[in-house]
Design a protein around this ligand. Structure first.
Ligand code: GUN
Ligand code: ZN
Length: 440
């Protein structure tokens, strides 16, 4: 489906289906959580792109009705950490993080200096998000200003909620992918002025990771954050053991990897830190105190052999956790796959992740972590109508599994584990159907 305009529909639209969302954060391990809101066979009412009501009865005449009886309607997924240019090298063989960056990632990202590559890459990427039921994302483009411009413009055209910003990296990076402090600051300020707070877009001060920024650049990024508390900050932290050791050598004065960011003024309520596999209790306390949060990226952590994130320890310390694909370290833009991988990572640590905890982290939990809960993450009057309509099952094994499921959690967990993009019927952004399942 083509994206032609960002204007929300003025039609009164009613969608019928099984509505599932959250009113709060389900407790760890609780399958009967009270925060799960289950409204089977209800009508979701949408006016001017926003949800205006939810009811069991059919709406009166004058409403455009879409009958998806027997289908699941969820808030649009929120992917809190993903790389737009890395679709060019997703699924690359045989390396851990630092080699992977040098061998595959940096060469692919250099190509985004070209505005046409950036524009085509952004269009491919945003279309692929929608084709996986993801309506909001926190995204890395590349170090090139044009790649951020292309991503903002593409998201604006589709009416999507996107948080992004030009990547800062002024050392330990190849020619064509290195910036410098003065020009980078100018680019950031210009992008902030043109895009931050415009429509559904927000700017994130985007530090690639500590090793690729000089202390001077980190200080510049911290000063940008201090200049405007509505700006986001995104980076990577403590993903891989060799990376952690490298940071120790580069920043001997810092207590930990996370402390490098704290010292630079980068830890605040709108900071999104990918991975955090190798954090300690003091780091987790810092996360709680600053309100910064971890974008857990299980697919990427498995694929790159980075390690097993301890979600339970984060919960116990009061640090917030959202879910992220981290494509191209991650191997799929599907948040369903991501949830399935998250369950397996916790299982490897002797823990069990409920479907509720996973679904919450990909919807309302992410919205709250991003301070966007007034806009996204729930099927609630006042929120923007960002949602996806899913089939519970599309093939015989899935149908049989749904048939014998005894509880709502069992059904939701089996769905989360077995479903994929074939199950996705439609993705709606601000009350507009932006993706429809291709018909055979
Ligand atoms: N650390 C620094 N850059 C990257 C990246 O592009 N992907 C991942 N997974 N980790 C990083
Ligand atoms: Zn990443």
């Amino acid at each position: 489906m083509s994206a032609t305009s960002s204007a929300p529909s003025t039609t009164r639209i009613a969608l019928r289906g099984d509505l599932l969302d959250f009113t709060g954060d389900p407790a760890w391990g609780e399958v009967d959580a009270a925060d799960v809101r289950w409204r089977p066979d209800h009508w979701l009412l949408i006016e001017s792109g926003r949800i205006t009501g939810v009811q069991a009865d059919a709406p009166p005449a004058g409403w455009e009705r879409h009958d998806h009886r027997g289908r699941l309607i969820l808030p649009g997924f929120i992917d809190t950490h993903v790389h737009m240019p890395q679709l060019d090298m997703i699924a690359s063989y045989g390396t851990e993080l630092l080699d992977w960056l040098n061998t595959y990632t940096f060469p692919a990202e250099i190509r985004f200096a070209d505005p046409e590559r950036s524009q085509a890459g952004a269009a491919l990427f945003l279309g692929a998000l929608l084709a996986n039921g993801t309506t909001s994302a926190v995204v890395f483009p590349t170090a090139h200003k044009v790649s951020a411009d292309a991503l903002f413009a593409g998201a604006q055209q589709r009416g999507m909620r996107i948080v992004t910003g030009k990547v800062l990296q002024d050392r330990h990076s190849p020619d064509g992918l290195r910036d410098d402090v003065v020009q980078a600051e100018r680019d950031c300020i210009d992008l902030i002025q043109r895009w931050h707070g415009r429509d559904r877009l927000a700017y994130a001060v985007t530090v690639r990771f500590a090793p690729t920024s000089t202390p001077e650049q980190l200080a510049m990024a911290g000063a940008l954050c201090a200049s405007d508390a509505t700006l986001y900050m995104q980076t990577h932290v403590a993903e891989n053991r060799d990376e952690v050791q490298w940071v120790r050598e580069l920043f001997p004065e810092a207590r930990s990897y996370l402390d490098v960011y704290t010292r630079a003024g980068l830890m605040h309520r709108r900071s999104v830190l990918a991975h955090g596999v190798w954090l300690d209790d003091d780091d987790r306390a810092t996360l709680r105190e600053t309100g910064a949060h971890i974008a857990h990226s299980p697919s990427s952590n498995l694929f790159l052999g980075s390690g097993l994130f301890d979600w339970r320890a984060a919960v116990n310390s009061g640090a917030a956790v959202s879910l992220a694909s981290d494509v191209g370290g991650g191997t799929s833009l599907s948040m369903i796959r991501t949830m399935g991988d998250a369950y397996k990572v916790q299982a490897m640590g002797g823990q069990r992740l409920t479907a509720w905890k996973a679904l919450h982290a990909a919807t309302l939990g992410a919205a709250q972590a991003l301070q966007l809960e007034h806009e996204i993450g729930a099927l609630e009057p006042g929120r923007v109508a960002d949602l996806a309509i899913w089939d519970w099952a599309v093939e015989p094994v899935g149908h049989r599994r749904m048939e014998v499921a005894r509880s709502l959690h069992e059904k939701a967990f089996a769905w989360m584990t077995l479903a994929d993009d074939r199950n996705l019927v439609e993705t709606w952004v601000a009350g507009v159907a932006r993706h429809r399942r291709p018909t055979a």
